[in-house]
Write a protein that binds this ligand. Sequence first.
Ligand SMILES: [Mn+2]
Length: 382
Amino acid sequence: SFFFFFCEVIEGNMRILQLYMQSEFELCLCLLLQIVMHVLTVLILFLFSVLNRTPVHLIHEIILVDDFSEDPNDCRLLTKLPKVKCLRNKRREGLIRSRVRGAEAAGAGILTFLDSHCEVNKDWLPPLLQRVKEDPTCVASPVIDIINMDTFAYVAASSDLQGGFDWSLHFKWEQLSAEKRAMRADPTEPIKTPIIAGGLFVIDRSWFNRLGKYDTAMDIWGGENFEISFRVWMCGGSLEIIPCSRVGHVFRKKHPYIFPEGNANTYIKNTRRTAEVWMDEFKLFYYSARPAARGKSYGDIHGRQELRKSLKCKSFKWYLDNVYPELKVPDDSDAKSGVIRQRQNCLESRIVEGQDLPVLTLAPCSITKDVPAANQVQNYLA
Ligand SMILES: [Mn+2]
């Protein structure tokens, strides 16, 4: 069965074996086998890479939060590895509350948050720690490389990208603007990023606590990176990508979490909380881009609004002007009127009996003397 395991995901397993051979853990191969049989390959790869590629004196402890997984023994078994501790939730809490629980249990002055499906690369930690030591309000994240979920192949990502988003609060990587590129004298310089991709970052513990940790009323997963990014920038900190630090992340096709409310509803609840607390009048653009969010309940945000007030955070307008000028604020000049054509067909709206709203279809374009038919003229945002 060990052989079978090695056949299954060869590249990842070879890396685990190499990391094991290089390590000085007093862990017999039988225990390794036992661990391997019980838990996911990615979790083993994660722990071995952290233990082998991090100067040992820089790790106070590695806290795993088991979010009510099927077998409590999986996590318990991993505590046989040096520095590893395990906390198990009594019920499924999701990423956000699990992270807060881990952070509250942590004993060190600087916290490093990582997903469990990561493989840290050589010398990943010191550049992140150094940046946070220099400036404790800076939240430092690595360049996130890509690990293929089927083959475990490790693919380097570009190191001159920043995190960005659109008004529907959909995250995307984007090229640095020409101005930002011109200001960079050296490719190892930190990149100020408007938003972090997800959960890989180093933060000073008292700064994390003072800033209000995470919004623990958010469910399961999604949207929390917007909330923490807006909060860090608007409340006096900064977010940086440190090009000298690289961590591989396994990108899965399917989400490992079950969303009791459905994936889209959870994302809307979490992003709606973010928009309501942090985006001021600009939240209207969020609602225009995500009309489905309007009717969805998002719980009580009073506590988070109080937090924003007590930290005397800046406005979302300040954030847009100073941190993310690349995000275009829609205005009237973006509204266009005209025909939307696909080959010889045009988008046409029709009133259908028994339906409140017009129905869109494609129909042959109907243009007489350069004037399009009224039902083929659409208003849209370019
Ligand atoms: Mn992840």
